[in-house]
Design a protein around this ligand. Structure first.
Ligand code: UN1
Length: 496
């Protein structure tokens, strides 16, 4: 029997006020997994009220105590890692090795964020006046609205919610409609870890019925969003007009550059993993290869041969290398792009259509697809597809590769394969992306380094890393005058 789930508002398990629900199914077979509340603005309002009420106490709970709860949540996640990974594979399709990695990223983030509870350093500095003390501290902002995608249903909520809570904010969490069960499990773990009621509220539902009301709610001070650039810029417009803090992680069109001195078998392994891992549905996925003309043909052959052999199937089967796409509209979107690629005159070297053999026909499977002879400005080489489609582009050398990389609308990650230390350092300096890899694919960011991108990928914020508190704290400057008299800054006690 599929389970019926509720929202979590002020510690209470409640359905949508309207009584409406939506169904959650598995992308590998279409099986029904559960039913969730299809909430609306009135439920968002309840959640924001609960978060505001909890903020009074949570803000004043010492940061090390707040962080200990996050640490305990990390311990619970670790104990349940296998179970959570299996549930995630069932719910959104990516293979077990990867869902284990996603959960591990949540564990890593819990331990990292918990450490911040005993750091959260401020800055003290001398005053220009005698008998006066000056310092600046981080302060929580209030109620944070967190909107997350389905491709990393554990890691991404962890990047956002863990630092937000350690910093003393309370939150309303709206997860993607394709991964509600993982969000439920995430919130339940925090409840078990001892998070007071109302500090983390969970509201299920659509972008228009829950996301927008959350973005526009006057009492929500911060919006942290990961998803498409189109949706993110819409949020930025509306929330920006209301003067809110907005942290955005959006699209990517990440390139692997392969130089003529590269280790080609290694580059091939990395390209395959970056392009077809998570069925290409990562914002860090490699979706274009910029190959030096001297190695281009050999690399195309190697990559295409391997792509044709990748085993598709249910991610729970240990033999599977590539799972399904998350839903039908993703299959349609990917296929539309493949048709665009063919029309643009690119050469199809592998894949090119849905995979329908046997049991695959029951799910949303798409063959890993490789295009070669792609022009650098072709739509399949510049637009984010978010699926298992790779565009291979021939380049004359490093300057051209860097130029093509930097001309992208997006700037999340990039990578170079070379054995030449001079080229590696030039690329590290000149590739204009938030993350640059040398002799490694475009995926696999570690939680203790800042995560985010330039241009259309973001709006200047970075998640996780030593930057994790920045989107969720205000700086407060504090002056203490213990002189016992009126001292006027910039006027009294000025030399000359
Ligand atoms: C994402 O695709 O939105 O760097 C996140 C990586 C992972 C996170 C990806 N650690 O690929």
């Amino acid at each position: 029997m599929p389970e019926t789930f509720t929202n979590l508002i002020g510690g209470r398990r409640v359905g949508a006020r309207s009584g409406r629900t939506f169904r959650n199914t598995t992308p590998a077979t279409g099986e029904l997994l559960g039913e969730f509340p299809a909430s609306g603005p009135e439920d968002v309002n309840d959640a924001v009220e609960a978060a505001l009420a909890a903020y009074r106490g949570w803000r004043l709970t010492p940061a090390p105590r707040r962080a200990e709860i996050v640490f305990r949540a990390g311990e619970i996640i670790r104990a349940r890692k296998e179970d959570l990974a299996r549930a995630m594979t069932r719910e959104m399709g990516k293979i077990l090795a990867e869902t284990r990695g996603d959960v591990q990223e949540g564990i890593d983030m819990a331990y990292l964020a918990a450490g911040e509870g005993r750091r959260m350093y401020g800055v003290t500095t001398p005053s220009e006046m005698p008998d006066k003390w000056a310092m600046s501290v981080r302060a929580p902002i209030g109620v944070v609205g967190v909107i997350t995608p389905w491709n990393f249903p554990f890691a991404i909520p962890a990047w956002k919610l863990m630092p937000a809570l350690v910093a003393g904010n309370t939150a309303v969490f709206k997860p993607a409609g394709d991964t509600p069960e993982m969000a439920w499990r995430f919130a339940e773990i925090f409840e078990e870890a001892g998070l007071p009621a109302g500090v983390l509220n969970l509201v299920f539902g659509s972008g228009s019925q829950v996301g927008n009301p959350l973005v526009e709610h006057p009492r929500v001070a911060v919006i942290s969003f990961t998803g498409s650039t189109e949706v993110g810029l819409g949020i930025a417009g509306r929330a920006g007009a209301l003067g809110k803090r907005i942290s955005l992680e959006m699209g990517g069109k990440n390139a692997v550059i392969v130089m003529d001195d590269a280790d080609l078998p290694l580059a091939t392994d990395a390209i395959l993993w970056s392009a077809f891992g998570t069925t290409g549905q990562r914002c860090t996925a490699c979706s274009r290869v910029l190959a030096h003309e001297r190695v281009h043909d050999e690399l195309v052959e190697r990559v295409a041969a391997r792509a044709r052999k990748l085993r598709l199937g249910d991610g729970l089967d240990p033999a599977t290398e590539v799972g399904p796409l998350v839903n039908r509209s993703q299959v349609e979107r990917v296929h539309e792009y493949v048709e665009i690629g063919v029309k643009e005159g690119a050469r199809l070297e592998a894949g090119g259509g849905p995979a329908l053999d046997g049991a695959l026909a029951r799910g949303f499977f798409y063959k890993p697809t490789v295009f070669a002879g792609v022009r650098a400005d072709a739509r399949i080489a510049v637009e984010e597809i978010f699926g298992p489609v790779l565009a291979m582009v021939r380049v004359r050398g490093l300057p051209e590769a860097i130029e093509i990389n930097n001309a992208s609308r997006y700037g999340l990650s990039s990578s170079i394969f070379t054995r030449d230390v001079n080229r590696a350092f030039a690329a590290m300096r000149d590739l204009d992306t938030g993350i640059v890899y040398v002799n490694h694919g475009t995926t696999g960011a570690e939680t203790h380094l800042p995560f985010g991108g330039t241009r259309g990928t973001g709006n200047g914020h970075r998640e996780a890393g030593h930057t994790m508190l920045d989107p969720f704290t205000e700086w407060k400057s504090l002056y203490v005058d213990f002189s016992g008299r009126l001292q006027r800054a910039q006027i009294d006690n000025v030399p000359g």
